[in-house]
Design a binder for this molecule. Sequence first.
Ligand SMILES: Nc1nc2c(ncn2[C@@H]2O[C@H](COP(=O)(O)OP(=O)(O)OP(=O)(O)O)[C@@H](O)[C@H]2O)c(=O)[nH]1
Ligand SMILES: [Mg+2]
Length: 655
Amino acid sequence: MAKRRLRIALAGNANVGKSVIFNQLTGLNQIVGNWPGKTVERAEGPLHFKGYKIRVIDLPGIYSLSAFSMEEIVSRDYIAVEKPDVIINVVDASALERNLYFTFQLLELEAPVIIDLNQVDFAAKKGIRIDAEKLSEALGVPIVPTVAITGSGMNEMLSMVIAVISGEKKLKPLKVRYGKEIEKRVETLEKLVSSKLPQLCMVYPARWVAVKLLERDVDVAGKVKNYEKGKEVLDRAEKLAAELEKIHGEPSPVVIASERYALANEIAKEVTIVEAPPRIGLEQKLDAMTTHKILGYPILIMVVASMFVLIFIGGNFVSAGLEFLFENLLLYVEGVLSSFLPEIAVELINKGVLAGVVAGITIALPYIVPFYIILALLEDSGYLPRAAFLMDNLMHKIGLHGKAFIPLMLGYGCNVPACIGCRIMETERERFLAGFVVVLIPCAARTVIILGLVGRFIGLHAALALYAFDLVLVFILGRIAFKVLPGEPVGLIMEMPPYKKPSIRNILMKTWSRTKDFIYIALPIIVFGGVTIEALALSGFMDYIIEVASPLINGWLGLPAVTGIPLIFGILRKELALVLLGNVLLQQGMVLQDLTAIQMIVFSLVTMIYIPCIATIATCAREFRWRKALAIAVIDIALALFLGGLAYRLLSLVT
Ligand SMILES: Nc1nc2c(ncn2[C@@H]2O[C@H](COP(=O)(O)OP(=O)(O)OP(=O)(O)O)[C@@H](O)[C@H]2O)c(=O)[nH]1
Ligand SMILES: [Mg+2]
């Protein structure tokens, strides 16, 4: 029997757990974390269940189905126009009232809704229990309590989806009714809409259109205008809305919204059982401390600094151990290979392929993995939005607001998701400004270079100085960009999510998926780079490159001319620069330690600033268009070379 196909969409407020559920159902890795606004584009994934082939759609979190933001319009059009078979409305059990506001709008859209009452564990911790049966009766739709992070309730929810689809479970959705004055006008307008705009009513319910028009929804009004008789309907709607405003003395969107809120409040009260009075827990104390207007800052500095110190200590330790292990292994393999292969082949395999793999594993992984773990912890705990709140004032100086600090922090992991994360900003201009500074943040790959070269051979203080310098640079450049692209920053509007104990499962999954990317993408590139360099050396082409690069690399930056090669390859992947630096030096009979301290600093400084890697440029191009992406690349290269040469001269003066 052919499998039956279904489409189910996850919809709900921001930060309720939609993406965790999506990942549970599909095994994919949508970004999750404890701050609102992570999912910015709808994602789709497959799922097989009880003979059904299901497409699961993860929608961005929204608070209403009005036309306040692009996401809201996108989501409601998806729900109304594409009509998924079932909408799973994910609701945060610890904030039921606010979440219900959105649920009502889904019901008004006459969408087939099932409610996933998520985070019941967290609600219980706050002393809140929701009577799911009573809620289900009140809303007329099935409710399935879940704890997404452990996967509890997922099966029940899918079974419920199937029960609804097969007609075994009937939906009797609540009809959202308003007060008499509003209801009278909604009904009048509804009749007019269905008689004058029959085509529009094939997509959107007439009553919903009527309510939206009374709410003065510009997007819906725009749709109505396209029809021949649209003008007549709009005129009538305007008149009715004006009447409402006269009666209530408030703008009509406010009048209608407050009725929805009142209903949400009423139902939430009825089904909520407060089992224990909220007590001041560790979370609240942490919250007060980390957002404190004085204490918050030393805590922020400590959190960030200890992140690097931990990575440095852990990374060095593991790196040294692995190096020792692999050194002996390589010698052994070389012996075996030379027994049956010609010398040139052994050289190519050993120095090109194996050295690359080993370098990737011993140099890069030990720093990258702890980094990812710590970043995931920060993401999942809820600390990032607090840091954003603290940084709001400073960020305003570069024409942004605190929220931009979140993509900046993500940038320390990898610039690619950080660039996409810039969509958390409200305007086009702010998004670009944020993207411009985000690519200057040293990602994990650049951290490998900073800690693995400067940190290891000069000392942690020098590495931390580089990070500090980078932050100053971000600030100065951000300030300049802000002056060039003037405009008023929008104020910081962000809901502060409660602190949560990070879920180990989330952390491990995230770390693994990021590490997997490194293994599948970076390692092959590193090997490719290693082989190419070996081939360049064997063919004698290397000398030519050295000669051409010499004035810039040696004359201006004060580095051995061969380092031009790793710098060029570093554009593919930044870790590659360090691995290949070792390779090319080896060709000259040198090792990393033979570089002077100044050379190490200049090399790290240049790789830290010059052009983000190819993947980041491609992402920038997608987010901000090619012209802006190229501008970023050119500015960064020029800046890196300029600062590198300057650092070489200044440092030579003082030492
Ligand atoms: N305690 C608890 N935490 C949860 C549960 N489900 C999700 N979380 C946490 O809630 C946070 C938000 O989860 P996401 O899946 O990223 O939320 P989302 O709804 O996709 O958010 P946006 O994409 O920003 O709209 C994460 O830190 C999760 O670990 C749950 O059932 N219990
Ligand atoms: Mg999400």
